[in-house]
Ligand binder design. Sequence first.
Ligand code: LLP
Length: 425
Amino acid sequence: PASAVEPRDGELAVGGVALAEVADRFGTPVYVIDEGEVRERCRTYRHVFPEAEVLYAAKAFLCRAMVHWVDEEGLGLDVCSAGEMELAVTTGFPPEKIVLHGNAKSPRDLDTALRLGIGRIVIDSPSEIARLAAAVGSDGRQKVMVRVVPGISAGGHEKIRTGSESQKFGLSIRDGYAQHAIARILDQAQLELTGLHCHLGSQITSVKPYLAAVRRMVGLMARLYEQHGLVLPELDLGGGHGIAYRPGEPALDLITLARKVRAELGEACAAAGLTVPRLIIEPGRAIAGPAGIALYRVLAVKRTGAHTFVAVDGGMSDNPRPALYGVRYAPRLVGRHSAAATGPVSVVGRHCEAGDILAADVELPDDIRPGDLLAIPAAGAYHLSMASGYNMVGRPPVVAVDDGHARLLVRRESLEDIRSRDVGL
Ligand code: LLP
């Protein structure tokens, strides 16, 4: 992260706190999150997109402190479950600034949204329309958006591309399902349609797909105006803004994105005779990702034939991303200086499967040994939120660092936590 500085050789500090000190005090593995960097990233979005409503995508990383920071920095929230909604609202987040997503919202999700007074609900399937209208009741009115499939595929890996025709989210414009659903929503007095939504995918590093999405979405808005006289005040382009996981990798350029999306939206609306809708964006990774670091302790070093394996005390249960998407990370030695030459090693986890590899073929000092500390940068998004209970090792804690201080935000999952859920025999 931008804020990482090296006060002494090899002693990497984040938020003014040496990572080795965090490891000693809170144990490993541990997720370290730089509060200043999260806040700075929220501010950058508000500054670069002053005309837009910026919703932080909670699925990337959520805890009560994060809810608080995002709120203080003036962002809204994108959630996809009763759990995320409850956590946010009980922490004091204004429910009207929350948008609920999901392709399969449970009765509990919808009931929670209505009970808490969530601002907008994004409809993702035809059956949801009548269900939601009935749940709202005859004297209520709920603001909704419709998630449409723009038919544009983008994203860092096949499994995180969500804009093409052949995936589970949204309603197709091409096949007319989106138009049909919109007509039905307009018939429901309990539902107020405020706009259209699309989300192209995740870890996108080019501006181009967003511009294509703007044209496609404005095209649909123009047809809705012709057919129904419908003027939709909002256009939500989702999130997906890519970050660098390793030094030298490209990130999506937010300033270019804002400038080009603004110009494209203005032109497309002018050509169609529409007033420009209020823009909504939903970045998750680009706010939390670069602000987090995962810290591990080396437990074993093993040389076998051509390979050196450096095994650490975490792995695929706290970071499934290399196994799921083939993401490559750049671990580095922290806490001591090494003058040794570097050689290729694979940093592997502690779990009982061969695919539990955190970083294959990375350069680390040849004298790496048990007890050393490894830091994996860009671990703030989709790490804790996707952590699992595999092998009952317990999920790591989250420690916030800021201004020279470290404090525990989420405690380590203990063996007692795990045991206490097991209530049968
Ligand atoms: N809005 C919607 C409707 C989404 O589905 C998502 C992410 C976002 C916003 C935020 O996308 P972001 O800005 O964070 O890329 N587990 C995967 C990422 C899955 C993203 C799911 N949806 C990973 O670890 O890369």
